[in-house]
Ligand binder design. Structure first.
Ligand SMILES: [Zn+2]
Length: 219
C-alpha cells in the first residue's frame, strides 16, 4: 500500500477559511502549529495557553487570526470540531481515559461558548479499531454502556470501537460527524502504539484558519 501523507474531511473542508488534516507522520506536519502537553485528561485550552511552554490539556481551541492547533495520537482518537460559520475550531485527543473523563463534551462546550447554539461539524480520524482494540470489559462497559460499540473477545475482555464511542457522543450533542480513516493497529500506514510500542511515530491532527489577506472579503 502506498503511504498516506494526509487525510481530510469533506465536511470540514466545506467550512470557509478552515484548514485541517490528519497527517500520518507528525514530523511532516505544517509549521506554526501549537500543541498542548497531552496527559489523557479532559482539559480544553484556548490557543493563547499553548504558546511558549505549553500547558497540560488534551483539547485546544483556535479562531481566525490565531495559530492553528494540533494534537498527536498513536491509537487514541484524534478529532476536530468546527463551527460551520468559521468562528472557532478545536483539536482533541480522546483515548479511553479522556473519553471516560468527558473530553468530548468539554471540547464541544468550549466550541459552543464561542460559536453560539447552532449546529457544529466534526471529523473523527484514524484510531485503534474494533477489529483490533482489546480492553477490559470494565472499561468497555464504562465507555459504551449501551453495548453498541463492543463485542466480547476472551473472558473479561472486549473489542471496543473507540472512534464509534466518540462519534456517538458528538452526534448526541447534535453535531454532524465525518468518520475518516480506519484502524491504526491493522492499517500499517498509520502509527500505532499497540503495534509498534515505544518506537511508534505519531499521527497529527490539526485545525486552524487560513490567514486572511488585507482587503479580502470575509465572505
Ligand atoms: Zn484493526
Amino acid at each position: 500500500m502506498d503511504p498516506i501523507a494526509e487525510l481530510r474531511s469533506p465536511l470540514l473542508g466545506a467550512v470557509p477559511g478552515l484548514r485541517h488534516g490528519f497527517v500520518a507522520d507528525a514530523r511532516r506536519a505544517p509549521g506554526g502549529l501549537l500543541r498542548p502537553r497531552q496527559v489523557h485528561g479532559a482539559r480544553v485550552l484556548p490557543v493563547e495557553a499553548l504558546a511558549g511552554d505549553p500547558q497540560e490539556a488534551d483539547g485546544a481551541l483556535t479562531r481566525p487570526g490565531a495559530p492553528a492547533v494540533a494534537v498527536v495520537t498513536a491509537d487514541c482518537v484524534p478529532l476536530l470540531v468546527a463551527d460551520p460559520a468559521g468562528r472557532v475550531a478545536a483539536a482533541v485527543h480522546a483515548g479511553w481515559r479522556g473519553l471516560a473523563a468527558g473530553i468530548v463534551e468539554r471540547a464541544v462546550d468550549a466550541v459552543r461558548a464561542v460559536a453560539g447554539p447552532g449546529g457544529l461539524v466534526a471529523a473523527v480520524g484514524p484510531a485503534a479499531g474494533p477489529c483490533c482494540y482489546e480492553t477490559t470489559e470494565e472499561i468497555a462497559e464504562r465507555l459504551d454502556p449501551g453495548g453498541r460499540h463492543r463485542r466480547r473477545s476472551r473472558p473479561g475482555h472486549a473489542l471496543l470501537d473507540l472512534a464509534g464511542v466518540a462519534s456517538d457522543r458528538l452526534a448526541a450533542r447534535d453535531i454532524e460527524v465525518d468518520r475518516i480513516g480506519g484502524c491504526t493497529i491493522c492499517d500499517t500506514r498509520w502509527p500505532s502504539y499497540r503495534r509498534e510500542g515505544d518506537r511508534a511515530g505519531r499521527l497529527l491532527a490539526y485545525v486552524g484558519f487560513a490567514a486572511r489577506r488585507a482587503g479580502e472579503d470575509a465572505g
